[in-house]
Design a protein around this ligand. Structure first.
Ligand SMILES: [Fe+2]
Ligand SMILES: [Fe+2]
Length: 369
């Protein structure tokens, strides 16, 4: 339960004033409407005090739009991200690896679900967001436009891609928007499992035969740079960063998080017995972190524009899955429609008991809403 925020208090006060006005107050018209500046001041104060903004709170339109854009992109990334790894489920080298990979891919579907639900609290619908994804009007993380060529790619994705996701997402658990922050807590716990399974998979390959070691190294070579790009453009070229940080949606800059990720990966690569494909990585005593080589941002821009190796494949497979899943949505809607009137139909002893249970839960929902 979130603490009552300063702006909620303001809204409650205004609500009381409005009710009083409606009950016959002779206060001049307009006095009871909060000026927009008051709402904004209350919102700013809540953000400054590190309080959570909740769905029913007043918020600036641009804050709402930014959150919808970011949460939608995040949700889309979770479900598109299922594709490159699902590619290996049928070819996993053992039953154990297959079970782990299936669980991981299923987790990603769940992450999409939490995030679409959290985005819906801002007044959009999942259908609308999916339509935008399918029409190319909303993005997903460009990392998922790279192919998974060998089994070692499953390990490299877990270690590097899920690892980068954790570095990005742990600070989001303190995001100013309550439903997003709370969704991230569970997501981060699961991402942590994903990262460890990738690391363990790569470790097994690295310590295996010469060919297995080479396969692990090749996967790391291909996924390293795209993983660094996951943090987004450099700070001086990031159009949304400054405002997102002022709103406390974002807590750290792209470059800061990227550097933190490199610092985490360097000792881990050493423990894995694998090399990071960057000869310029070296410890910088003054900064207390690692320096690293220049990122090829032209590649990032090309992939963003749709020219990555798998852009077309990913989006067409997503559209196809959506179309092929239409019968499931139709069946669920038909079931819901059929189930609703059943509660008011003449009672048999069995249905009466079921109906009593349903009404009891409905009442419970009403009481706790
Ligand atoms: Fe995820
Ligand atoms: Fe993950």
């Amino acid at each position: 339960m979130a603490a009552v925020t300063a702006h909620q208090t303001t809204q409650k006060t205004l609500g009381t004033a409005n009710a009083a006005g409606g009950a016959g107050s002779t206060a001049a018209a307009g006095e009871t409407d909060a000026p927009a500046a008051d709402h904004l001041a209350a919102f700013d104060a809540a953000v400054a005090a590190d309080e959570r903004i909740e769905p029913r709170d007043w918020m600036p339109d641009a804050y709402r739009a930014t959150l919808i854009r970011q949460m939608a992109q995040h949700a889309h990334s979770e479900i598109i991200g299922m594709q490159p790894e699902a590619n290996w489920i049928t070819r996993a080298p053992s039953l154990r690896r297959k079970a782990i990979l299936m669980a991981k891919v299923q987790d990603e579907a769940g992450h999409g679900l939490y995030l679409y639900s959290a985005a819906e609290t801002l007044g959009t619908s999942r259908e609308e967001l999916l339509d935008k994804l399918h029409a190319g009007r909303q993005r997903y993380s460009s990392i998922f436009n790279y192919p998974t060529l060998t089994w070692a790619d499953v390990g490299a994705i877990g270690w590097l891609v899920d690892g980068a996701a954790i570095t990005n997402q742990v600070p989001l658990c303190r995001c100013s928007y309550g439903p997003y922050a709370r969704a991230m807590v569970r997501i981060c716990k699961e991402e942590s499992f994903h990262q460890r399974q990738g690391y363990e998979l790569l470790l097994a390959l690295s310590r295996g035969t010469e060919a297995q070691h080479a396969m692990a190294q090749d996967a790391v070579n291909r996924w390293w740079w795209p993983s660094l790009m996951m943090f987004g453009p450099p700070d001086d070229a990031s159009s949304h960063s400054e405002q997102s940080m002022a709103w406390k949606i974002k807590r750290h800059s792209n470059d800061e998080l990227r550097r933190r990720f490199v610092d985490i990966c360097v000792p881990q690569a050493e423990a894995l017995g694998l090399e990071l494909p960057d000869p310029d990585i070296r410890w910088n005593e003054e900064l207390g972190g690692h320096d690293f080589g220049a990122i090829d941002w032209s590649e990032f821009q090309e992939v963003l524009k749709g020219n990555g190796p798998c852009n077309d494949q990913r989006i067409s497979q997503r559209r196809r899955a959506h179309e092929e899943g239409a019968w499931v949505r139709d069946a669920a809607a038909a079931y819901a429609a059929k189930h609703a009137p059943a509660q008011t139909s003449p009672r048999t002893p069995a249905s009466a008991s079921a109906s009593a249970q349903t009404s009891a839960s409905a009442q419970h929902v009403e009481e706790t809403a």
